[in-house]
Write a protein that binds this ligand. Sequence first.
Ligand code: BGC
Length: 739
Amino acid sequence: MFDVATTLTQLSTDEKVRLLCGKDAWHLHGIERLGIPAITLTDGPHGVRLSESQALDDSALPATVFPVEAAMAASWNPDLLEQVAAAIGEECQSMDVGILLGPGVNGKRTPLGGRNFEYFSEDPFLSGAMASAFVRGIQSRGVGACLKHFAGNEQETRRFLVNAEIDERTLQELYIEPFAKVIRENPPWTMMGAYNAVNGVHACQSADLLQRILRDQLGYDGLVMSDWVAVKDKAASHINGLDLEMPGPGERDAELHAALAEDLLSEAELDQRVTRVLTLIKQVLDTNRTVTVEWPAHHELATQLAVESMVLLKNEAGQLPLKPQQRIAVIGDFARHPRFQGGGSSHMTPHQLSTALGAIEQRAEVIFAEGYTETQVTQEQLDAAVSAATGADRVVLLTGTTDSMESEGFDRADMKLAPDHLMLISAIADANPNVTLVLHTGSAIETRQFEHQIPAMLQAWLSGEGGGEALARVLFGEANPSGKLSETFPVRLEHNPTFETFPGTKATVAYQEGLFTGYRYYDTKALPVQYPFGHGLSYSQFTLGDLTYHADARQVSFSITNQGPAEGAEVVQLYIHDEASTYRRPVHELKAFRKVRLVPGEKRTVALQLDAHAFAYYVPHLNGFAEESGRFELRLGFSSRDIRQTRWVTVESDTDVRILPTLGDTVQDWLSDSRTAPILQTELDRLNFTASHPMYGIALGFPIPQLIQFIPHMGYSENDARDVQRSLEQQWSQIQALA
Ligand code: BGC
């Protein structure tokens, strides 16, 4: 195999420049004269989408379609996801694909994000943990991941043009952190720069993102490619840290030659970018293997993941599980034509597609009615559906979004189901009270329109090629549901913190909600939600006990017991609440979780390891995450709103995140900081200036110079004012020298 350093010396500048752009949509340039072949990269993320075409048509070769990322995250099972990603890696090898374009770890500011289905979670810890497992799995099979889209790509509206304005702390804690966690734990071979701009500069030419954050702060050493046609200014992109423009063929090589001639890009910088491309090619060639895919096993793995991702939102009056002896009305075209993936670049051709109708028919007597075609319900369809529902023992009604409502390329118009589907749900519920509603959506929807009529509801996501079979297993209790929401279902769209700011103006979207997205917002605000983050029912019941914190090992341990009748898995979630922080924090944040499988009656002790970020938050003036000394509450439970065990712990830290108040800051600033408070308090005591003084409340807002000016007007002398001034100035310089 070739040696990167030697090869570099054999390349002309023309060849080097050519290597910095793809050969076509799905290949890099090889170097024929040196016998280096063109390697292949393709989409991702929930399976291999290999097509010769650049159009998003149905020409992709059949491959296993796994549940979409939102569903993957709802499994809260990184071990299973690692197996899935390893299977995707095997399929890549069998199709000679060296790099899979995924996973995506962008955030979910709003349920309307058109690609939310392709991203994991509203929580950066969960997203990072799942993405990390994905990367570990696929790369274990010698296939590179491509972590995308770096960064600030939280919407589809004007995605090529919009400038995301994000303050540093929000950027770091919510939107960089999933990337950072993966880079720390399982560095991906490649990363993809986003279409949009962040704080005024396009992501693919942003030195701030590509150099300061990605290389300097996160220490990432792999290759960075552009999103497809995301490069605006080719020279600026490569100068500021981009390695590879995609797709090819490049027509702007001359621009790079000009930048070299003007020394805007040095030879050394060019060589560094080329070295990354060559290193990647070598990595792919070195790990290339001949693989025969076990398709039935992969289909079963897709089915298992679909099972583990399904979230039982509600289950009243013993609706579920269904029983084989029941007569079941299955309503909805999705039962025959599954809505199993989303629209856009991830659109695959399944290897073997199971349908809900087929799978339910294998288990019970079924009366089927299609109910709708896409978003429309005709009178005939309505009548047939109502008649099917009438007299059945149970109704399973499948509904959700269609490709026209939810896809890459545009954001959702609202959070509701299509009006005709709402009408159908209502009519079916009138005809039969025993309805289980199955939701095939890639993101949260409003359910308030039918909550009062529907006793059981299952969030089934876009569940991949095994989704039909998985659904039947869950409905009939062959599998115990264990999926938990990876995003909050708010009561209504208007409650979402981005309601007023999304999708922004023509040029800009301001992330004004800051850190307060998803449950970080709803829980801090104590706003009612329809279904909280982390929620999901089981056919069994679990209890938690014995919460202990081992400070030295930074471990939390607890016991969990399955007290119900069925074997099943529960996801134990650890949220951390900071009692008092210098800078405002959400009321609690997810910092660890574990999915635990138990047979009835089984009790087990489990330990969760906290990482270095568990108590920390990002402090911009320190350029990093920092822990503050103080008391923290460990909150252990089954959703962000279902906390079962708590314990206060104390953390000692050497880091002081406070900024010392200056002589220009206010009285209140001085009194709130333990370093300046005693100094000022001594002066105020000397003047006998207490809360009973009529000016006291107003004086709290005075900056120190104004306080000194006012002292003579508050019943004291000019001398008093001078004394206070002298004393504060003197003592402040002493503590400043120490700070
Ligand atoms: C998407 C990427 C995708 C690429 C290649 C872009 O439009 O944003 O996620 O990997 O196309 O299909």
